[in-house]
Structure formats: structure tokens, C-alpha cells
Write a protein that binds this ligand. Structure first.
Ligand code: BES
Ligand code: ZN
Ligand code: ZN
Length: 426
């Protein structure tokens, strides 16, 4: 089978290919026609069409390809089976290196989010994440706490959510310290939700909501990918990573509605919905992160269906009390060509999950804003939550069906933005 050449052109396609046609064809080449201000979208859309047509191997040819056009081609062309091959256009050595890092790291994120829950246990997620980051630096130490040890060390949220599964829950604590000074200040702590399957627990999800819930570790994949890419790009300050990994299943050992969880920081939480499990595991990671006194805390989680309803799959949702820090992330997202949208988070959201039996319940009162109350719940586990804390609700991590731009499955959106932000922070 011969390889098709793919060319880029700012000129419109000859009219025989249709009005404003995106693609025109010759025997051994296809040309993508784009308008200069819609270049990336057009290239990604064209690449998606080529995959849909069953074209398995292409060569990016001609002079017009640069790093971003190569990357957008790949975003559209890649599918969950990963059965397409690209021979890349010539790039300068720096761009070639950056493309190589993105292909290794962002594709890793897409693959691990798509992976079936059967083969990705909480311990596997923690181990593979530590391994990915270890590929990019030797200035890394890490520790995985799992199973009964979580209970003994009082990581009670992760333990409680995970105890219904035969596969032990796990907490990954990873320290990237290129300063080699064990007392060096920690610039940022990253915390990720790593639910390897979310059945909803006894608040069981309907089948159609459950089918994609292997992707409920997308937040963990996102923070892991971001740290790996930041290290690959040369970040030289200390960053810590916490992944809160567990299965949320139903069994004779599973947690139940009405159970009360007492956290290390003294707060008690009544479980009124076992499907609001993400915030229960993240609370442990956030308490640890907060105890490190880092300059910044960023958590990423596929936390609510509400965020997806608000912004669709096209934006990652951003929630924060800190306007300055939120705007820094939005600036990074523009540089990296990824879409984020800020949702409301205010003090009144912090009292919208009352409980008669504990300090708070784990899900909001009826008719409250789901993504906002979920973020507000997390704020109870950070002392100075008004400053230097960002919460990303990962609405864009996984799509259940294909679009003109994306194949079905994981997108990898957000890795570049967070890597960019991590490099800027001090
Ligand atoms: N993992 C889900 C949220 C989710 C749903 C992410 C669909 C991506 C796609 C989360 O654990 C959950 O079930 N949240 C509940 C919270 C509710 C019970 C307060 C939700 O959003 O319905
Ligand atoms: Zn859930
Ligand atoms: Zn979940």
C-alpha cells in the first residue's frame, strides 16, 4: 500500500470538489484547503475525515506544515484503536522535540483514559503514572499507599470509597525535586481524581451513564501528563503530585448512604450519595497538599455531570476564588490552543450541602449548581482556599461519540495548558 501525501493550501479548492471544499484530491495526494484564521480547526477536521474514510497511513508534505498544524492534524486523525500512521513534515529541532514529547505524553493520557477498567486497577494507575514521570527525570521519589495501609494512615476518604472493590485503593505521592534540597519550597501541588471505575456505588448509575465511567480517572491522567510535559520542557522547581485512586463499586463491603467519614483535618462528612465519590477521595489528597504549604494547589477531576451539561465536551471547566490565578491559567490555555471556561464559585456555595449528622453532606441540596457546590465542597479541605487554588472539572476529557473534530473517547485536552502554567509559576 502506498502512502498518501497530505498538502496544505490557503487557496480555495477548485469548484469541482464542491463549494468551499475542505479537501481536494489527486491520485497520490490530498490537499487541505483552509482560511488562515481557521487553520487549526480546518486541519483537525480534515484529518478526522481521512480517518473516517479508512486512510491508515499519510505523509505530511510540502512547505506549509509547522508544529501546531502537525499537532492539530494528529488530534483529529488519532482514534482509540491507534491504528493510523503519520510520517511527519520536517520541523526544526526544537519543534521536533516538542512534537515528540506531546506524542509520547498526551497520547499516553488518551490511551490510559480509554483503557478498559478491567485492566486498569487503582494500583496500576498509580504505578503507571509514576513510571511515566520517571521517564523524564531522575529527580523523582514516590510512595504508593494502598489497601488497609490507607486506613491505618488515615486516608479515610480513599479507603472508604475503594473498600467495595476486590482491588485495593491507592494513593500515589510523588515528589519532583530538581533542586536536590530536601527542604526546598514546593511551588505547586497537583491532585488528581483517579476513580478507575465509577458505578455510582449503591447510588447506582443507570447503564447509559455508567458505560463511559472507566474514564473517571481522567483528572489523574491530566495532572500526571501535565507534570511529565512540564519536566520534559525543562521546569526546574519543586512540584508534588497526589493521585487518589479507587474503584467505586457495589458489594457487601461497599460504603453506604448515611455512613459518616471523619477526615484527618477533623471535618466529618455524611454520605448522602455514594455517586458523589470524587470529592470524598480528593479531600484526602487536598489535605496532604495543603499540609505541604505549597505556593499553589491545582486539582483535576471528572467531578460532575453538571460541568459537562454547562460547557459540553468542548471546554475544560475552571473553578476558583482567585481571579488572578484563574486568569493566568486562561492565558496559558490561549498560548497552548486549548479551551477552558470559568464557572461560578462563591462563598454561598460553601454552605449548600448541610447535614443533620455531620459537618456537611457529600452532595448539594436540590436545585443548587452541581459543579459549583462540588468545587465548594473541596474548598473545605484547603485552609486558604481563597488564594492560589484552582479546581478543574474535566468536562472535555472524554467524549462518548465522535464529532467533526474528535474521534470517540479521550481527548488529552488540558495537558499542555497545565504544563505551560507549571513552568510559569514561582
Ligand atoms: N464521575 C461522575 C461525574 C461525571 C459524570 C463525569 C459524567 C463525567 C461524565 C461523578 O462521580 C458523579 O457521579 N457526580 C454526580 C454528583 C452528584 C451525585 C452530586 C453527578 O454529577 O451527577
Ligand atoms: Zn460518581
Ligand atoms: Zn466519579
Amino acid at each position: 500500500m502506498s502512502t498518501l501525501s497530505i498538502l496544505l493550501s490557503e487557496k480555495p479548492a477548485p469548484s469541482k470538489w464542491g463549494k468551499d471544499a475542505l479537501l481536494s484530491f489527486s491520485d497520490d495526494a490530498i490537499t487541505i484547503h483552509y482560511q488562515p484564521d481557521h487553520r487549526h480547526g480546518a486541519i483537525q477536521r480534515a484529518a478526522r475525515k481521512l480517518d473516517n474514510q479508512g486512510i491508515k497511513s499519510v505523509k505530511l508534505s510540502g512547505d506549509n506544515w509547522d508544529l501546531e498544524s502537525c499537532w492539530h492534524f494528529w488530534l483529529g486523525y488519532r482514534n482509540a484503536k491507534n491504528n493510523n500512521k503519520v510520517s511527519w513534515a520536517k520541523l526544526d529541532s526544537q519543534d521536533k522535540q516538542e512534537l515528540k514529547y506531546r506524542l509520547a505524553i498526551i497520547d499516553w493520557c488518551r490511551d490510559i483514559v480509554n483503557q478498559q477498567a478491567e485492566t486498569l486497577s487503582p494500583l496500576e494507575l498509580a504505578t503507571q503514572s509514576a513510571n511515566l514521570i520517571s521517564n523524564y527525570s531522575s529527580d523523582i521519589t514516590y510512595n504508593i499507599t494502598s489497601g488497609e495501609a490507607l486506613k491505618e494512615q488515615d486516608y479515610i476518604g480513599i479507603y472508604t470509597v475503594g473498600k467495595g472493590s476486590e482491588r485495593p485503593a491507592a494513593l500515589l505521592e510523588l515528589d519532583y525535586n530538581p533542586t536536590k534540597n530536601p527542604k526546598a519550597p514546593i511551588v505547586a501541588c497537583l491532585v488528581g481524581k483517579g476513580i478507575t471505575f465509577d458505578s455510582g456505588g449503591y447510588s447506582l448509575k443507570p447503564s447509559s451513564f455508567m458505560e463511559s465511567m472507566r474514564s473517571d480517572m481522567g483528572g489523574a491522567a491530566l495532572v500526571t501528563g501535565a507534570l511529565a510535559l512540564a519536566i520534559a520542557r525543562g521546569v526546574k522547581h519543586r512540584i508534588k503530585l497526589y493521585l487518589c485512586c479507587a474503584d467505586n463499586l457495589v458489594s457487601g463491603k461497599a460504603f453506604k448512604l448515611g455512613d459518616i467519614i471523619r477526615y484527618r483535618n477533623g471535618k466529618t462528612v455524611e454520605v448522602d450519595n455514594t455517586d458523589a465519590e470524587g470529592r470524598l477521595v480528593l479531600a484526602d489528597g487536598l489535605i496532604s497538599a495543603d499540609n505541604d504549604n505549597p505556593h499553589y494547589i491545582i486539582d483535576c477531576a471528572t467531578l460532575t455531570g453538571a460541568a459537562k451539561i454547562a460547557v459540553g465536551n468542548d471546554y475544560q471547566s475552571l473553578l476558583s476564588f482567585d481571579d488572578l490565578f484563574a486568569n493566568q491559567l486562561l492565558a496559558s490555555s490561549l498560548v497552548e490552543h486549548e479551551a477552558f471556561w470559568r464557572l461560578p464559585l462563591a462563598d454561598f456555595h460553601r454552605s449548600q450541602f448541610p447535614s443533620s449528622f455531620a459537618d456537611m453532606a457529600n452532595s448539594g441540596s436540590p436545585n443548587t449548581a452541581g459543579a459549583s457546590t462540588a468545587a465548594a465542597f473541596l474548598s473545605h479541605f484547603i485552609k486558604n482556599y481563597k488564594q492560589n487554588w484552582l479546581h478543574i472539572d474535566c468536562s472535555a476529557t472524554f467524549r462518548k461519540s465522535a464529532t467533526a473534530l474528535w474521534a470517540t473517547g479521550a481527548t488529552g485536552i488540558g495537558v499542555r495548558t497545565l504544563a505551560n502554567l507549571l513552568t510559569i509559576l514561582k
